[in-house]
Design a protein around this ligand. Sequence first.
Ligand SMILES: C[S@@+](CC[C@H](N)C(=O)[O-])C[C@H]1O[C@@H](n2cnc3c(N)ncnc32)[C@H](O)[C@@H]1O
Length: 282
Amino acid sequence: MEMPTKENAIASNRDAWNDSARHHKDTPEWQARLTDVGHGDFSCLDETLTELLEQVGVDGKDVVQLGCNNGRESLSLFALGACSVVGVDQSGAFLDQARELASRSPHAPEFIEADIHHLPHELQGRFDVALITIGVLNWMPDIGEFFRHVAQTLKPGGALVVYETHPFLEMFDPEAADPYRPESSYFRSEPFVQNQPIVYEGKVEQQSAASYWFVHTLGAIFTGAIGAGLQISHFKEYPHSNREELYDRYQQQTAQLPLCFSLMGVKRMARHGPPDKPVNQP
Ligand SMILES: C[S@@+](CC[C@H](N)C(=O)[O-])C[C@H]1O[C@@H](n2cnc3c(N)ncnc32)[C@H](O)[C@@H]1O
């Protein structure tokens, strides 16, 4: 397989997500969402992420979600009291959906179309909390570089909160005859490539731009976050799945794999100037 450059992989991922967007509207979930977001206390965040964000303290804070997709999670942050919410994604087609949801909501998030590796200057040093959720880290060819860009959006003392799928799962294929047999290395360096639209359930038998899914070990994730000047203040692994339904089969096993994790890193305070009030640390 010929490896794309980092830039080409990121651009192709953008095209693949844009090619996929219409398939995500063609679902009963989308129709329900259009109604649900009309409630001021709408939230689609699960118990784990809700609890974590409550501990961190989003109330009255400026929050950015990077890789916000259709904005459902960004909108949910208002239910936790966020003062302002910015959602960033490089897929214009998904941001159209985010704006459609926002138009039905009593809240007013801002959605910005940008590649996380080229964030607009106005986002630098602006946020108390940056949020990364399910299914974002693996689109990034270089996890250290990714965290450096993410960290730049935070004020000193601000917190990055990550709630992601566990990298151990990348070793297994839930559709294989034996879904517990490791199929690929935990240390795999080449990305998984897909040429069909990206959907959360089943498959769409159509051609789309290639999408590149990169595997990052927990060690690479920690090293990347620390290298970006974040002080790790929380890390927890869980036995529940927060990804596609196919992965639910790995739950409630006697020999339980870790299925997802949460991580928090606090941006170091500036050495000079007035002290900033740090966010809480769970
Ligand atoms: C799996 S979705 C996130 C879903 C979200 N956690 C949710 O549950 O609604 C991943 C998102 O990351 C975005 N993305 C991937 N690479 C990106 C990049 N380089 N810059 C900005 N967004 C990116 C994709 O466009 C996509 O919308």
